[in-house]
Write a protein that binds this ligand. Structure first.
Ligand SMILES: Nc1ncnc2c1ncn2[C@@H]1O[C@H](COP(=O)(O)OP(=O)(O)OP(=O)(O)O)[C@@H](O)[C@H]1O
Ligand SMILES: [Mg+2]
Length: 1044
């Protein structure tokens, strides 16, 4: 009878990684019993809760015991490896004993802890080794009338190719998947190793891991993109009862589930390297389809056959298996999106229903059926007497069949014994090799491999024996290395006179502690060695040099940070370039981490480009390192890749997502190249090729505030690239004007921008010229365009292209009109800058559209801004998330404004009370004096009236505001002069840098200019101070007068 049960789902949250700690991450996960909640870091009130069968809190509340095991530090909320095994591993074992198939899948993004739960690290052993060990322990305690057969296999699926991790030879193209009526899908030729003790399994896992590490290097693959499947076939033969029970246990460590952002403009021209993700994508599709089936929907097709992984897991998903999924998640806010997506995936998975049955052997069933049949026939035979020759014949045949079956069982058992014997032999050989390796480790210095995946680090050791030993691809070398960028004879290690040196071959890349070496270099214990593009090793020195130092700090990130530092890239430098204040931007650390993660990939891509003769170089850059948005807030920083054609100088900018996608496609091409296949591809499908594009070079901020006061602004400002370096200078004027384009004078200035509310506001943006465009200095045949976007316009405006000119004259003026200036628009003018973008044109690219198409024009032909309809249309286009965040921003803004209004209200009330007091005082005096002298009283009344009249027309508040505005205007104009002087100072260069006389004169002039600048600056500040002092004094006098 099949047992219908759902896939059991457990979620596990790990501790912060170093990267997350460095980035000052906050934990966004909380757990309560079996429910898991996740908070949106951008919107902390927003929380989503999921309920799974189990929830493991492994994030905090633990300590390391003396064996290195992480155990609870007292509170019982922490779940360590032991607890996870107790709930999940024991269930797997129990199922296996009962004869059910069992599957355990670990799902989650890279670095989320899948391998930690499945395989484990050091003393913190995961489910797989403990399940195996416990299985053998239990077997030893069983009664003797049973026989047990256990086979172990280990395979990897990468790029839809299956590699047998226990086979010494790698089949090109991988092993094939075949289908069998009885068995379903299976891997043809996969090594199933019979085992009769746990030590064998431990050794096999080690061997498989070694194979995986080597395969990763050979195929230039990223291990986190591959799936690992360990299969244990467990058969119990009940000798007395002639029954067998069989269970297949699949333990699957899935590839990292992260998806690349591929929305909007980031979308790549080429489809994702689909084969890399095919198995994971199909797994998702199968799970979704099965979840629909479980909710009663009619699903016609479940796409098991679409990928290798889903073929192999067919029975685990919706079939004959008891299945468990561990969803591994990071606790950090920076991983919020990925974690949420993992939880959603897990939620779908838990709906899947399986129908598990106890697997009894088909032979066994047949025997039982035959016996029953036999008995029936025998009794019929007895009834029939001698007449039934036909029946007797049949019975004889049945007897024969019975005997045949028994012989078969015997055969199987004999075969099993001999297979076991064979592997014991192999195992002993390996054991000797292992013992030898241990001895060598104690005698010789060696290189210890360091992999991006910590699971594959420290797996390979290369010994540097006495004398000299060559390293390279060729099999004649003492150390054979197959990594990317490693030549046939790449380098030589020499171990002589108690010291070890490394000498790279001609044109062979070798780095020691992040620095590229060109000649013989002495190695010290724990030096970091990188050979070729990305084969990293920790050098373990001669025994005498060794210390007790913990080697675990020298992980892959350590190597890459060191390389980055040698290139002059560090968090300090990043921080200094980006933040204007001393507070480091937390996103800097995330960017830094991305940078060092991508560095080796860039090195590999450069190597592939060179070998495939693509003439392209790839460089990592940080987008928005020094850029801010129109309100001056830092923009989200991200890594981009600059691609340059070596001969044509053409430039492309790739997003990180596009680069990663392309890299997978390049790997496929490169793999074909290595295997000697034809690597010709059409331009359209060439991952190295892209049409020539317009490149964003830099931008400038031109603050719009002057327009809010109807003041003209003449600006000359630098266009800075994303690293904050000058790309050019732009000369731009912002001029308030009348509807017919007449520029307004100073008299038209307004004191309060709100005076413009509801009125028509016209202004012009005049882009005069660009100066010293670096893009043109680098290659004269190029061109530029300038683009900017004003307020609610549906698109950016671009100036006409100017080609081949380092100082392009632009002279373009655009007139904008707000017919009915709204509060939001006036607010925009006061608080925002116009972002002026410089775009680089290169031969063959499509220029930016410089027409006014798609823009709304006023009757005079000017461009309409602040159009209420446009705003709603834009809003409708935004997705809900954006909309929500905008609403949230608006709410904050309104709260700010309310607070301000409250302040004003309070001040007004105080003033009101003051005036009331004054009025009382006036009236009482007036009453008193009326009796004193009527003529005096009349005089007084006149005086007081005139005072009130003047107060009414000229309240102290408005007069004070006007004077402030005037003082600020003067300050603003003076500062513009200071700014001009500063720019002049900044851009002046000596005519001849090698002539001392000229340099002397230049320095003198510079110091004169600096002096002038200082004076001008001082006097500007003094003027502002004195103006403000006068205003404040007047105000105080007035208050004193009003009180008296
Ligand atoms: N529960 C945990 N407790 C302590 N450390 C953990 C835990 N889970 C993961 N880690 C640590 O986090 C790191 C990444 O974990 P792991 O290698 O298991 O990730 P993964 O999901 O297998 O990634 P990949 O997809 O790259 O294979 C490792 O250094 C591991 O030791
Ligand atoms: Mg892993």
């Amino acid at each position: 009878m099949p047992n219908v049960d759902s896939v059991k789902v457990a979620v596990r949250v790990r501790p912060f990684s170093q990267r997350e700690k460095d980035a000052g991450s906050k934990c966004v996960i909380s757990m309560n019993s079996n429910s898991t909640s996740i908070y949106d870091p951008r919107n902390p009130g927003h929380m989503k809760t999921f309920t799974f069968d189990l929830a493991y809190w492994s994030h905090s509340g633990f300590l390391k015991d003396k064996n290195g095991m992480l155990v609870s530090a007292g509170s019982n909320s922490y779940a360590g490896q032991r607890e996870v095994f107790r709930d999940l591993g024991e269930g797997v074992l129990e199922n296996a004993w009962q004869g059910y198939n069992a599957t355990l899948l670990a799902y989650g993004q890279t670095g989320s802890g899948k391998s930690y739960s499945m395989i484990g690290y050091g003393a913190n052993r995961g489910i797989v080794p403990v399940v195996c060990e416990e299985l053998f322990k239990a077997i030893q305690n069983q009664e003797k009338n049973k026989q047990y057969q256990i086979t172990f296999s280990m395979l990897e699926i990468y790029n839809e190719q299956v590699t047998d991790l226990l086979s010494k030879t790698r089949k090109p193209g991988g092993l094939k998947i075949r289908e069998d009526q009885q068995q379903g899908f299976y891997v043809d030729g996969l090594k199933l190793v019979p085992c009769d003790n746990y030590a064998q399994i431990e050794r096999l896992m080690e061997q498989g891991n070694k194979m995986r590490t080597t395969a990763t290097t050979i195929m230039n693959a990223t291990s986190s993109r591959s799936h690992m499947v360990i299969t244990i076939q467990f058969k119990q033969i009940f000798l007395g009862e002639a029954i067998t029970k069989q269970s297949v246990i699949n333990l699957v460590d899935l590839a990292g589930s992260e998806r690349q952002k591929s929305s909007g403009s980031e979308k790549d021209r080429l489809k994702e390297g689909t084969r890399v993700n095919l198995s994971l994508t199909t797994l998702g599709n199968v799970i979704s389809a099965l979840a629909e089936v479980a909710t009663g929907k009619k699903v016609l097709h479940i796409p098991y056959r679409d990928s290798v992984l889903t073929k192999l897991l067919q029975s685990a998903l919706g079939g004959n298996s008891r299945t468990i999924m561990i969803a591994a998640v990071s606790p950090a806010d920076i991983c919020y999106e990925e974690t949420l997506s993992t939880l959603r995936y897990a939620e779908r998975t838990k709906k899947i229903r399986n129908k598990a049955v106890v697997n009894t052997s088909p032979t066994e069933k047949l025997i039982r059926e035959l016996k029953a049949e036999n008995n029936k026939l025998l009794s019929r035979l007895a009834g029939l007497g001698n007449m039934g020759t036909l029946v007797a014949d049949e019975t004889q045949e049945l007897r024969y069949l019975l005997a045949e079956n028994e012989r078969q069982i015997q055969n199987i058992q004999v075969a099993w014994e001999s297979r076991l014997e064979e592997t014991r032999g192999e195992w002993e050989q390996q054991y000797t090799a292992l013992a030898q390796e241990r001895r060598m480790m104690e005698t010789f210095p060696y290189l210890l491999n360091i992999n991006e995946d910590p699971q594959l680090s420290w797996v390979l050791k290369h010994f540097i024996q006495n004398g000299s030993c060559d390293v390279g691809q060729s099999t004649s070398n003492a150390i054979i290395l197959r990594g990317l960028g490693i030549l046939d004879k790449h380098a030589t290690f020499t171990n002589a006179d108690g010291k070890v040196t490394l000498t790279p071959g001609d044109k062979c890349k070798a780095f020691v502690n992040g620095v590229l070496i060109t000649g013989k270099t002495k190695l010290q214990h724990l030096d970091r060695v990188i050979l070729g593009s990305n084969s990293a090793f920790l050098y373990v020195g001669l025994p005498a040099e060794r210390t007790d130092e913990d080697l675990s700090r020298y992980d892959y990130d350590f190597f890459q940070s060191e390389l980055a530092a040698a290139e002059g890239f560090s968090t300090d430098k990043l921080g200094a370039a980006s933040s204007k204040d001393s507070r480091a931007d937390p996103s800097i650390l995330a960017v830094f981490h991305d940078y060092i993660k991508l560095m080796p990939l860039v090195a590999e891509v450069n190597q592939m480009s060179e070998e495939l003769k693509k003439d392209l170089t790839f460089e990592l850059k940080v987008k928005n390192l020094a850029a801010s948005d129109s309100r001056g807030y830092d923009l989200q920083k991200e890594i981009i890749v600059k691609v340059t054609h070596v001969t044509t100088n053409q430039v492309w900018i790739w997003s990180k997502a596009k680069f990663i996608n392309r890299k997978f496609l390049m790997e496929e091409l490169y793999q074909r190249f290595r295997e000697g296949e034809d690597t010709h591809v059409n331009q359209d499908s060439d991952p190295f090729w892209d049409p020539v594009e317009v490149v964003h070079l830099g931008s400038a901020h031109v603050w719009l505030q002057s327009l809010a006061y109807c003041l003209q602004l003449e600006e000359q400002t630098e266009l800075l690239n994303s690293e904050g370096l000058e790309e050019a200078v732009v000369v731009i004027n912002l001029s308030p004007c009348s509807r017919d384009g007449r520029i307004l004078g100073e008299d038209d200035m307004v004191i309060d921008p709100l005076e413009l509310l509801g009125r028509r506001v016209d202004f012009q943006i005049h882009i005069v010229e660009c100066l010293g465009v670096k893009w043109l200095r680098d290659a004269a045949g190029r061109g530029i365009q300038i683009g900017y976007r004003v307020y609610d316009l549906p698109r950016s405006l671009y100036t006409k292209p100017v080609w081949k000119n380092v100082n392009p004259k632009i002279e373009e003026t655009v007139h904008f009109s707000a017919l009915n200036a709204s509060y939001e628009f006036l607010n925009y003018l006061q608080k925002n800058a116009l972002i002026v973008d410089l775009w680089g044109l290169q031969e063959g690219c499509t220029e930016m559209d410089c027409s006014l198409d798609g823009l709304l024009l006023a009757p005079e032909g000017t461009i309409m801004v602040d159009d209420p309809k446009a705003l709603t249309a834009n809003d409708a286009g935004l997705d809900t998330a954006n909309h929500m965040s905008e609403l949230y921003q608006k709410l904050l803004h309104m709260e700010e404004e309310t607070e301000l209004l409250r302040e004003i209200n309070r001040a007004l009330r105080e003033e009101n009370l003051l005036l009331k007091d004054k009025l009382k005082w006036d009236t009482s005096h007036h009453e008193k004096r009326k009796s004193e002298s009527p003529t005096k009283a009349i005089k007084m009344r006149k005086q007081s009236l005139s005072l009130r009249e003047s107060e009414a027309t000229h309240s102290p508040r408005t007069s004070c505001d006007a004077e402030f505005a005037k003082a600020l205007k003067i300050f603003y104009q003076n500062m513009n002069v200071v700014r001009q002087q500063f720019l002049q100072l900044k851009h002046s260069k000596p005519l001849q840098e090698d002539n001392l006389q000229v340099l002397h004169l230049f320095t003198e002039r510079q110091s004169q200019l600096l002096n002038d600048l200082g004076k001008q600056f001082e006097s500007t500040i003094c003027k502002l101070k004195s103006d403000v002092a006068v205003i404040v004094k007047k105000q105080q006098e007035f208050i004193a007068y009003s009180r008296s």
